[in-house]
Design a protein around this ligand. Structure first.
Ligand SMILES: NC(=O)c1ccc[n+]([C@@H]2O[C@H](COP(=O)([O-])OP(=O)(O)OC[C@H]3O[C@@H](n4cnc5c(N)ncnc54)[C@H](OP(=O)(O)O)[C@@H]3O)[C@@H](O)[C@H]2O)c1
Length: 332
């Protein structure tokens, strides 16, 4: 098979950074190019990409003609755009269709859940999938479960706080609901396998490393660290009430960034721990292919392996370069 020309949007982000790494590790399969916003073109991190031999296109994604020109000749377009900007992908899909892109990977990269009022963020993504299907644009939706990097509990010693975005101690319901989890670093290698596989064209694919309940993730942390975690028990009723409160607060102040983040967070808890959406069985019901079955030769990191690295001080904190922005979100 000849090399695929792949254009990636989001290479400077968390998901996109993992995808970029995964693609660059397979130089026999991919020629990798990135799309960045014009205002970011001179940033050192973009220059670093160019120094690594990655072709950089600086394009305003609101401009359809500019996008079409950039996308002509691209085999696979991957969007790893931030959660706030999901609907900007409508224009990207239209341009991809016009340019004859052979496969469009919209920004899914989330947990499994049905559309329709369970997760507002998912519903934004589903609007993009609907648009893609109306265009008959070839696509693959790739979901990746919930990152290990956001799933580990804090320890009383503070030993793992260095890698923690939002330190967590909550156990929801009785803590036994299983949920799929993935190491952020494994997203890239999974994507590299999925986009060169004809079986995944016009399909949904779920990629994950482990299926664990909160009781299990907490126990793994305790066993490996030798510390006893002070769990905060949150009942199902409390999850439902917090979600309703967060949703009302957002409705009252839709432009409030902190309120939106809080509402997304509550949707995740409701979907993962109350409804139990994010499981391999529900993925199968919803029509997903399972990347673990498609690529048995690829061994994703286990949560236990991840915790070993975490305790050894070797895990990178997501969004570290955006720490100030996240502090602001928490204050608002
Ligand atoms: N499964 C999970 O546990 C999990 C966790 C977090 C996120 N997610 C999902 O992953 C997806 C990506 O989120 P993320 O947190 O990885 O994103 P992120 O780190 O915020 O990165 C977003 C990327 O999009 C780029 N971008 C945004 N607007 C752009 C524009 N107009 N033109 C060009 N580039 C633009 C950003 O570029 P700049 O650097 O220039 O801003 C950045 O590279 C989200 O949809 C979210 O739902 C899933």
């Amino acid at each position: 098979m000849s090399k695929q020309r792949v254009l990636l949007l989001g290479a400077t982000g968390e998901t996109g950074g993992s995808i970029l790494q995964g693609l660059l590790e397979d130089p026999n399969s991919f020629d990798v190019e990135v799309l960045v916003r014009p205002s970011a073109a001179d940033f050192p991190r973009i220059k670093e990409l160019a120094d690594r031999g990655v072709k950089v296109h600086s394009v305003d994604i609101a401009s359809l003609p500019e996008l079409v020109k950039t996308l002509v000749g691209i085999d696979v377009f991957i969007s790893a755009i931030d959660p706030w900007s999901q609907l900007a992908q409508l224009n990207l899909a239209t341009a991809a269709k016009e340019a004859g892109v052979k496969r469009f990977i919209p920004c899914a990269f989330t947990t499994v859940a049905p559309p329709g009022g369970i997760m507002a963020l998912r519903d934004d993504k589903e609007r993009v999938y609907e648009h893609i299907r109306k265009l008959y644009l070839p696509y693959t939706v790739i979901d990746v479960a919930y990152w290990y990097q956001l799933s580990f509990p804090a320890l009383p010693s503070g030993r793992v706080d260095y890698a923690s975005v939002f330190p967590r101690l909550g156990v929801h319901g009785d803590g036994s609901m299983p949920t799929m989890l993935t190491d952020l670093r494994d997203i890239g290698p999974f994507v590299a396998l999925i986009i060169k596989d004809p079986r995944t064209l016009n399909r949904l694919v779920i990629a994950y490393g482990d299926v664990l309940s909160e009781n299990e993730t907490f126990r793994i942390m305790e066993d490996l660290s030798g510390e006893k975690i002070n769990r905060v028990h949150v009942s199902i009723e409390e999850v439902i009430a917090s979600r309703a409160g967060a949703s009302a607060a957002l409705k009252a102040d839709p432009e409030n960034v902190g309120a939106r983040m809080l509402a997304w967070g509550e949707d995740y808890k409701y979907s993962k721990y109350v409804r139990g959406d994010n499981t391999p069985e529900h993925a199968q019901y919803l029509g997903y292919l399972d990347a673990r079955e498609l690529y048995p030769e690829f061994k994703p990191r286990s949560f236990t392996d991840f915790v070993g690295e975490l305790l050894a001080g070797k895990v990178q904190k997501p969004y570290a370069s955006r720490a100030e922005q996240i502090k602001k979100f928490k204050k608002d």
